[in-house]
Design a protein around this ligand. Structure first.
Ligand code: GLV
Ligand code: GLV
Length: 325
C-alpha cells in the first residue's frame, strides 16, 4: 500500500497537483484555507501517517509526533521559518525535515520594501486623511516622514532575505548598509557592501532597522527596551521575520513615547494580533497580517517545493531543501 500523507491545510494548487500526479502517496487533507485544522482533530488525523505536510500555524512538538507514531518518516513545512518545529524531537525520531527557503526571497524582499516605505512616508495615515476629510489644504509639514536617500540602513540578521532587501533599497540612494549577526558574513555582505557592526552600533546608527533573522532561543525578544532606547528618535523599525524577536510591550513604549519614529510589522505575537491590542491604537505603527511571501507565484512555488521535499523524503532520497538536524 502507498505511504499515507496528511496535509494540514489546503495548499496552493501547484503542490497539490504534484502530490496527486506522483501516484506515490495516499493523500488526506484538511480541506480549508480559511481555518487551521483544530488541534484535537490534527492529533487524530496524523495517527499512523508516513508523511506530514504542514504550514507555520501547526506546532510540531512531541505531542504531535507521538500522536503520529513510528511510521512518520518525513515532515515537510511550507515555510522558510521553522520555529514552529521542535527540531530536537524530530531528530530524536529520525524524521527528515524539509522547508522552503529561496523561493520566497523576492516576494519577502518586495513586501519589506513596501512596508518600509509605507511606514516611513506614512501612507496608511495619509490615505485615511484624504478619504475622511482631513485634507484641508496643502501644508508644509503635514504628514512628513523620512527618506531613504542618504540614510543608513541596518539589517539585524544578514541572510538571503536581508541581502535581497538591501539590493532593492540601494537604488533609493541609501548611503550605507550595516548589519549585525552572530558572526560576520563576508560573502553575503560583500554583495551589498555592508559593514559588520555590533548590536549597539546597529541601534545607534540605523535610520531604518530591518529585522531579518530567524526566531531562535538566542533571538527571542532581542528587540527590546535596551535596543529601542539606543535608536534615534527619527528611526524606523521594520520586522518581517517573526513576532517573537520583539518585546512588544517595549516596542509600544518606544513608539508611544517617541523614542523611535515608527514601526512596520508583518509579524506579531500572537497571530492574529487581537484587534484591541494597544499597538493598533498607534498611528506610527503599521501592522500587516503576515503576508510577506503572499504572491501567487511565490505561494505556488512554496507549495511545489514542499510537495517535492515530501515526495523525495518518502522515497528516501535527499530533499531539494532539507534541514540538517
Ligand atoms: C513565512 O513566514 C515563512 O516562514 O515562510
Ligand atoms: C509639490 O507638489 C511642489 O510643487 O513642490
Amino acid at each position: 500500500t502507498l505511504p499515507r500523507v496528511y496535509v494540514t491545510r489546503q495548499i496552493p494548487p501547484e503542490g497539490l497537483r504534484l502530490l496527486h500526479k506522483s501516484g506515490q502517496v495516499q493523500l488526506e487533507l484538511w480541506d480549508s484555507d480559511d481555518v487551521p485544522v483544530p488541534r484535537k482533530e490534527l492529533l487524530q488525523r496524523v495517527k499512523g501517517v508516513d508523511g506530514l505536510l504542514c504550514v507555520l500555524t501547526e506546532k510540531v512538538d512531541a505531542e504531535l509526533l507521538d500522536a503520529a507514531g513510528p511510521n512518520l518518516k518525513v515532515l515537510s513545512t511550507m515555510s522558510v521559518g521553522y520555529d514552529h518545529l521542535n527540531l530536537e524531537e524530530l531528530k530524536k525520531r529520525g524524521i527528515h525535515v524539509g522547508y522552503t527557503p529561496d523561493v520566497l526571497t523576492d516576494a519577502v524582499a518586495e513586501l519589506t520594501v513596501a512596508l518600509l516605505l509605507t511606514t516611513s512616508r506614512r501612507l496608511i495615515e495619509a490615505a485615511h486623511e484624504a478619504k475622511t476629510g482631513g485634507w484641508g489644504t496643502w501644508r508644509t509639514l503635514w504628514l512628513c516622514g523620512y527618506e531613504l536617500a542618504n540614510s543608513t540602513v541596518g539589517i539585524l540578521g544578514l541572510g538571503r532575505i536581508g541581502v535581497a532587501i538591501a539590493e532593492r533599497l540601494a537604488p533609493f540612494k541609501v548611503r550605507k548598509f550595516i548589519y549585525t549577526d552572530v558572526a560576520p558574513r563576508p560573502e553575503l555582505a560583500k554583495a551589498i557592501n555592508a559593514e559588520y557592526v555590533s548590536m549597539d552600533e546597529l541601534a545607534k546608527q540605523s535610520d531604518f532597522l530591518a529585522v531579518c533573522c530567524a526566531l531562535t532561543p538566542e533571538t527571542n525578544k532581542i528587540c527590546d527596551r535596551n535596543l529601542f532606547s539606543k535608536m534615534k528618535k527619527t528611526s524606523i523599525f521594520i520586522n518581517t521575520s517573526r513576532g517573537g524577536v520583539v518585546n512588544q510591550e517595549d516596542l509600544y513604549e518606544a513608539l508611544s513615547t517617541g523614542q523611535i519614529a515608527a514601526a512596520g510589522l508583518d509579524v506579531t505575537v500572537p497571530e492574529p494580533l487581537p484587534t484591541n491590542h494597544p499597538l493598533f491604537t498607534l498611528k506610527n505603527c503599521v501592522i500587516l497580517p503576515h503576508i510577506a511571501s503572499a504572491s501567487y507565484t511565490t505561494r505556488n512555488a512554496m507549495s511545489a517545493l514542499a510537495a517535492n521535499n515530501l515526495l523525495l523524503g518518502l522515497r528516501g532520497e535527499p530533499m531539494i531543501k532539507g534541514l540538517k538536524l
